[in-house]
Structure formats: structure tokens, C-alpha cells
Design a protein around this ligand. Sequence first.
Ligand code: FMN
Length: 192
Amino acid sequence: MKVVAFNGSPRREGNTAQALETVLAELRKEGIETELVQLGGRKVFGCRGCGGCRRNKDLRCVRGDDEMNEIMAGMFAADGILIGSPTYFSNVTTEVKALIDRCGYVARGMGEDNPLRGKVGAAVVSVRRAGSNFVFAAINFFFTINEMIVPGSSYWNTIQARDPGDFARDEEGIRTFQRLGTNMASLMKRMG
Ligand SMILES: Cc1cc2nc3c(=O)[nH]c(=O)nc-3n(C[C@H](O)[C@H](O)[C@H](O)COP(=O)(O)O)c2cc1C
């Protein structure tokens, strides 16, 4: 079993990355393979609404001018998915929105063969102060419309931090991500 985590922050070693790594560490303890994919800062664009993916039904976006098809293939191949985003003006980062829109349209265009159906997914959110609920919701809306299964934790999955390194000061946030990792592993094992 494998979990792929997408870091939607352009900061490679920021708070979102640390929160994702906290969840991945728990998953590895349970014998689950993990991979962290850097999404933030990459040259990815939004959905053009051309409908090409729905005509072709080949799990690819016809817009071939960036790296999204490669990123999306990693998501389709995983058993579990973590999408991490910092809070940017009460929403996900641009790169995470591009992933949600394009991957979501390609996946749902497959109808009954949606490759995301039945996978386990969880949101990982960093926030300085306010707006994280919208980020948490945006990512969970993506998971649930794709018929994915979402594990919970002891609190909603957010870390309160501003600068890289602030992560370590939010003890409750860290505990929340550790618990998310153990809950995700136990759900994935139960699902086989
Ligand atoms: C463009 C931008 C917008 C932001 N908007 C918000 C916001 O709406 N609410 C908030 O609490 N923090 C906001 N922040 C702070 C980040 O969410 C916070 O620093 C987060 O921990 C960064 O995560 P990272 O280290 O993974 O990049 C914003 C930061 C940036 C750069």
C-alpha cells in the first residue's frame, strides 16, 4: 500500500511540508510506503474547460503544456492521498486549485471508472491565524465528490504556524497530525 502526499506550498520545508511529513512518518511506522511530491512552485496551470479529457477518457489532460499529467498519474496510482496546502487568503494555493480542478475533471470524466473512487484521502492545512476551514473544506469537497473515504483525527487537520519552524510550537497540531497518520493507516488496512 502506498500513500502519496502533495505539498501545495511553494516552501519546500515550510509548515505544510512538516505537517505532511508528520503524517507520513506514522504511516511508515505501520508499514505503508510513502512519497512526498512537491507541487507548490511548479509550473502548473488551471483547467481550460475544453472537455478534451471527457472525450478521450484516457486519464490525461489534453493541456500538455505543463507537468500536471505526471503529477496526476502519481495520484491515480496511490492507495491513499494527502493534499497539503497553506492558507492563502482563506483558500488553497493556486497550485492546489489547479490540481483539484484538472485532476477532478479528468477523474470524474471516467464515470463509473473514476480512478479515485474508494481511495483514502486527507487534507493537511497550515494557517497563521484564520481561514483554514475553507482550505480544509475545499480539499475535502474534492475527496468526497470523487467517492473517496476520509479518516478523521482528534481535531481538524490544521497546524497554526507562520514562518518555517513555527510548526514545532503547535503541540496540539502535531498530535492531530500524528493521530491522522495512525487513523489513516488503520482505515487503509481495514479496507485491504
Ligand atoms: C499569499 C499568502 C496568503 C496568506 N493568507 C493567509 C490567510 O488568509 N490566513 C492566515 O491565517 N494565514 C495566511 N497566510 C500565512 C500562511 O498560511 C502561513 O504562514 C502558513 O504556515 C504557511 O505555510 P508554509 O510554511 O507551508 O508555506 C498567508 C501567507 C501568504 C504567503
